[in-house]
Design a protein around this ligand. Structure first.
Ligand code: BGC
Length: 804
């Protein structure tokens, strides 16, 4: 973020070189050295997950560096504690409970002793160290050669995976080689339930306020081949069993230590299995550890311990290699479907692969869980799900792994009843209002101006449903979920807004917050109104479609929700008379009714240290200025592309760019996409750079609290929507590709209507290839292209203007 002082506005700097945290490599990140002070960041970057389990990238030996330099974290998607929110000053209808993703017992722990010396990277001498996360194998591996204070040299190789194919399982292989000594070794493998969540700091984006220990021990088992804890949460009353088991041919369990009677184990909440081995110089000993989590969110509470024991017993028989192989196969199939290639820029290539990989690791795919703002990699935003899912993340899955997009929408359908209740609390007699942030479906935003006031969440979800149905002919979803969800949520607009009673009639929506969280509680936020309009028109389209093609289902649904003809026609008139603010003098669209009347923020006198503004200024100070945290009107231009002329898009971009701080990680990607559309290729590239490596280079300085999943998916949108110019307009697929001059070529693929299309752009031409499916029609700029079994490829020469 840079400030141009003479114009007193924000702008993107042209060529600030980035500092890259790790060496550049297309398919992995590699940490070349151990530094206790950068641990915290690496723990997020090297986190492993599979949408169900998430393990932060802490070391097996669990190093506690200086205060605040590390956060142990092991999570189960959708497993949360709920605590009442305490408001010093109460008001009717405020969100009552907060959900937060719970930090669960840590099963990664290993403690290694070389005779009487403990293997500890913080002491002794590191001869060699390398840790890497490979996006094609899905394995986090670390090789360390270390010399103890007494001169014993040892090599420790650990490999870790969180299985994509067995969603409750993680596994670790730990190999120790004696380089220059022979001795007795001891290895203590632990399951540590002494864990706690990060406590709220001054930063509202971090941690939770927890008043009581959330996990109560109910039972524990300490058997030779199985160690497990059963816990119950205090308020949400969920049960979870965390367990570990081992296999080894080299180590012998030390029966003298550990076992059922160990009194202090119960007290310290640590279960441990001790192993011993006599090792000769030059020899190696290996131990495999398997761990799993099962919760009452998925299975009956009383079965969890048994289920875990069976599961781990099977895992032990199958062995580490089995899971490693399945992991590789799973990822091979994923990259075949989803790979984005950028030739000529390794930093970006690494960035985009890293982002795609983390998205896959983060996303819940059981219809009961979703994708948190920080995935399963940290406790920022408390593990909450936001609109990030529908507007930023869903497109990536929809066009790469559509079955996952469906489960994300299933999650919303599952929450429909709670959304109805929330609507009642908010005074709406009918319809459903989705929570701004939640895990279990209940509204959890304690600060309503930047939370519950973001009514656009309803339209965002409806938009995602529309996008899904345009890309997939999913009748079952349409009839069993989509129509009911879209109609129930569309009802809210009629109650929230009102007709002006003037001629011509105008429909207004007052007192809401749009996407930009530096502007709150406004009238007629353009984005909200335009999206509400689209939502109601979509609701009408579904009414017509169901009446025509599925009358029986139509009757069933409208009877169930008691939707009336009067409401249906009110959608039509509200949509057609929706107020969409426009400033004639400036010839731009106004973010809301009053936005352009406010004083412009004094950027020239705001030093870099005062960003993000939210950490340095009272919200009211921010709200009374023209300053945006993130794309708002520009996002409307992306989602509703045919509602603006190119000239309008240019003028809007120029205006809003100057007053946007991009303090939200959701911003730069949208600016990149619009810059590409209006032909500002330099800016498109620059904003893309900011998005693509946001976590890898920790440009927002908070990746230690978890990765930014919306920005990660925004990277994918920059490629497809931005440089590729992809849009769906009136149900038709369009491309309008450009090639950043820094690249030789790039290619991406999309899965749409059961066909897969590969799009490759180089300096001469754009080539479209139908790689699966029987036929696909789309537009390349104005030109219609049809690919089918006879013509699977089509190459179109570029126009010179696309590449300047
Ligand atoms: C953004 C929101 C976003 C949330 C979670 C906030 O900083 O302003 O738009 O939903 O982060 O990612």
């Amino acid at each position: 973020m840079n400030v141009i002082s003479n114009t007193q506005t924000m702008t993107v700097s042209p060529t600030v070189p980035f500092h890259h945290t790790f060496p550049l490599d297309a398919w992995r990140i590699c940490e070349p050295g151990y530094d206790v002070n950068t641990n915290y960041l690496s723990e997020s970057l090297f986190a492993l997950g599979n949408g169900t389990i998430g393990l932060r990238g802490t070391h097996e030996e669990s190093y506690l560096g200086p205060e605040g330099s590390s956060q142990e974290g092991n999570y189960l998607n959708g497993f949360y504690e709920s605590e009442p929110i305490t408001y010093p000053e109460n008001a009717y209808g405020l969100a009552r409970n907060n959900h937060f993703m719970l930090n669960l017992p840590n099963g990664k722990g290993m403690e290694l002793w070389l005779a009487d010396e403990k293997f500890n990277l913080a002491n002794g001498r590191i001869i060699n160290y390398q840790r890497q996360l490979d996006f094609r194998t899905g394995i986090l591996s670390r090789t360390v050669q270390w010399e103890s204070p007494q001169g014993r040299q040892v090599e420790v190789v650990s490999e870790r995976l969180v299985s994509f194919t067995d969603r409750h399982l993680y596994a670790i292989r730990y190999r120790v080689t004696a380089i220059n000594f022979s001795a007795s070794l001891r290895l203590v493998s632990t399951l540590n339930a002494n864990v706690s969540n990060l406590q709220t700091a001054d930063d509202p984006r971090v941690g939770s306020k927890i008043t009581a220990p959330p996990l109560q021990v109910l039972a524990q088992q300490n058997k030779p081949d199985f160690l497990g804890f059963e816990h119950k949460t205090l308020h949400s009353q969920f049960h979870v069993v965390s367990s570990i088991a081992h296999t080894t041919n080299d180590w012998v369990a030390d029966e003298l230590v550990g076992g059922d009677d160990e009194q202090d184990q119960h007290q310290t909440q640590v279960l441990a299995r001790h192993f011993i081995a006599d090792i000769e110089q030059g020899h190696s000993v290996t131990l495999c550890k398997f761990g799993c989590y099962f919760s009452s969110r998925d299975y009956p509470a009383k079965e969890l311990m048994l289920l875990s024991a069976d599961y781990l017993s099977r895992a032990r028989q199958q062995g580490f290699d089995h899971f490693a192989e399945r992991q590789r196969e799973y990822l091979q199939a994923f990259w075949q479907q989803a790979d984005v290639e950028i030739a000529g820029d390794l930093a970006l290539q690494q960035g985009i692969h890293f982002n795609q990989f983390h998205l896959l690791q983060s996303v819940g795919r059981d219809g009961q869980t979703n994708i948190a703002a920080k995935g399963l990699s940290g406790e920022g935003y408390e593990g909450h799900y936001f609109w990030d899912t529908e507007i930023y993340i869903l497109p990536f899955f929809l066009y790469s792994k559509p079955e996952i997009a469906r489960t994300l929408l299933d999650y919303r359908y599952l929450g429909l009843q709670q959304a109805r209740q929330r609507a009642r609390e908010m005074g709406h007699k009918q319809g459903a209002l989705y929570p701004w942030r939640t895990i279990g479906g209940e509204e959890c935003s304690a600060y309503f101006p930047a939370g519950s006031a973001q009514y656009h969440i309803n339209a965002d979800i409806a938009y995602a449903v529309k996008q899904y149905l345009e890309a997939r002919d999913d009748q079952e979803f349409l009839l069993n979920c989509a129509a009911e969800m879209v109609w129930e949520t569309a009802r809210i607009w009629l109650d929230l807004g009102h007709f002006s009673g003037t001629t011509p009639e105008v429909f207004r929506i007052n007192e809401v917050t749009g996407p930009d969280e530096y502007t709150a509680l406004v009238n007629n936020n353009y984005y909200t109104n335009a999206m509400a309009k689209l939502h109601m028109l979509f609701a009408l389209t579904l009414v017509e479609k169901l009446r025509r093609d599925h009358n029986e289902d139509y009757r069933r649904i409208i009877d169930k929700i008691m939707l009336t003809e009067a409401e249906i026609s009110a959608w039509k008139s509200a949509a057609h008379s929706m107020l969409l603010p426009y400033d004639k003098a400036l010839q731009i669209h106004a973010q809301d009714d009053s936005f352009l009347t406010k004083k412009i923020w004094d950027f020239a006198n705001t030093p870099d240290e005062q960003y993000p503004l939210l950490l340095h200024f009272h919200p009211l100070v921010i709200y009374r200025h023209q300053v945006c945290k993130q794309a708002d009107l520009l996002l409307a231009m992306l989602l509703l592309p045919d509602q603006f002329t190119l000239e309008e898009k240019r003028r809007n971009f120029d205006y809003y760019e100057k007053i946007t701080t991009h303090d939200s990680s959701l911003s730069s990607c949208i600016f990149s996409i619009i810059a590409a559309e209006i032909g500002d290729h330099e800016k498109a590239y620059r904003y893309f750079m900011e998005t693509a490596r946001l976590d890898l280079d920790d440009t927002h300085h908070n990746t230690k609290h978890g990765i930014h999943t919306a920005a990660m998916a925004g990277t994918w949108m920059c490629i497809s929507y931005g440089f590729g110019g992809m849009r769906i307009i009136n149900g038709q697929l369009h491309f309008s590709p450009t090639l950043p001059r820094q690249w030789q070529h790039y290619q991406f693929q999309i899965n749409i209507n059961h066909a897969t299309l590969n799009i490759r752009i180089d300096s001469e031409a754009t080539e479209y290839r139908l790689t699966a499916g029987s036929e696909l029609k789309f537009f390349h700029r104005q030109q219609i292209v049809t690919l089918n079994q006879q013509e699977k490829n089509h190459r179109i020469l570029n126009r010179i203007t696309d590449y300047e």
